[in-house]
Design a protein around this ligand. Structure first.
Ligand SMILES: Nc1ncnc2c1ncn2[C@@H]1O[C@H](COP(=O)(O)OP(=O)(O)OP(=O)(O)O)[C@@H](O)[C@H]1O
Length: 262
């Protein structure tokens, strides 16, 4: 498989009121096309910063980010990315369909084409029938599904997701995890997913990248060799439990003693 994402020796330091905050150091990471990679690590270890470097929302101070052999800037121009954040960020004065159509509208796609694409995407995320609802009339999980549909409007090669399920209750979260796996398999997109949850990272990912803090570095990479499709029964299997324990131990080894409570 070709590399979708290739990061070489990337570093990023923020400067706030004369103080340097080294957010990322020496990041080397290749992600294969079609992978589902989770970034996991303690708060402040640079997960979101790394996601933003990949998505060209930030420039690295040093090093390079390549997306399918192109610079991140070119990839952004080519609309290779879709992005989903913890808050769905829908506009309440637009219907769900109009929200999903927005990126296409801004890009000048004709009304007919964008309506047809939005309907196809709403079907993909199982929100058909809710086209004319306003965001506030939908549950948090449904709003997030609309945000995922919007992120897929240009059929992005790479979906960057920053704790997209973090604000949902447990039941909704597990449902959307399964839905996200289905959408990933149906679209073939490469996903980079930031989470704080060991169980979520293990359930979803082909690989979990565990990061350590101050400055953020890649501590270890753990392939998750559980077969897909992963279903609810997967969570109660011994193989899942073993994989989850492996990830949890890797995470604990990068936590500082005070945080880990040891
Ligand atoms: N725009 C910014 N300006 C200054 N410092 C920043 C900025 N963005 C991030 N940082 C700092 O960089 C470090 C990494 O932050 P980042 O948000 O990437 O971590 P994270 O692992 O995603 O954290 P969390 O899990 O809490 O969301 C932190 O020390 C943070 O305070």
């Amino acid at each position: 498989m070709a590399n979708a994402i290739s990061i070489t020796n990337a570093s990023k330091t923020f400067h706030v009121s004369g103080q340097a905050i080294p957010a990322l150091a020496d990041i080397n990471l290749d992600i294969e096309e079609g992978a589902f990679v989770s970034l996991l690590g303690p708060s402040g270890c640079g997960k979101s910063t790394l996601l933003r470097l990949i998505g060209d929302l930030l420039d690295p101070d040093e090093g390079a980010v390549e997306i399918f052999g192109k610079s991140a800037k070119t990839s952004r121009r080519d609309r290779d990315y879709g992005m989903v954040f913890q808050q769905p960020g829908l506009m309440d004065w637009r219907t769900i369909q109009q929200n999903v159509e927005l990126p296409l509208q801004v890009a000048g796609v004709s009304a007919q084409k964008r309506a047809s694409k939005a309907r196809e995407l709403l079907e993909l995320v199982r929100l058909d029938g809710f086209e004319n609802h306003r965001p506030r009339q939908l549950s948090g999980g449904m709003q997030q599904r609309a945000a995922i549909a919007r992120a897929l409007s240009f059929e992005p090669k790479i979906l960057l997701m920053d704790e997209p399920l973090g604000a949902l209750d447990e039941m909704n979260r597990e449902y959307l995890q399964r839905e996200l796996l289905r959408i990933w398999r149906e679209t073939g997109t490469t996903i980079v997913f930031v989470t704080h949850s060991v169980s979520e990272a293990t359930f979803l990912s082909t690989e979990v990248v565990v990061m350590s803090p101050r400055p953020g570095r890649i501590a270890t990479r753990i392939p998750i060799d559980l077969p897909y499709p992963r279903v609810d029964d997967t969570r109660s299997s011994e193989a899942f439990h073993d994989a989850e324990t492996h990830v949890r131990e890797a995470l604990h080894s990068v936590l500082e003693p005070t945080v880990a409570g040891v």
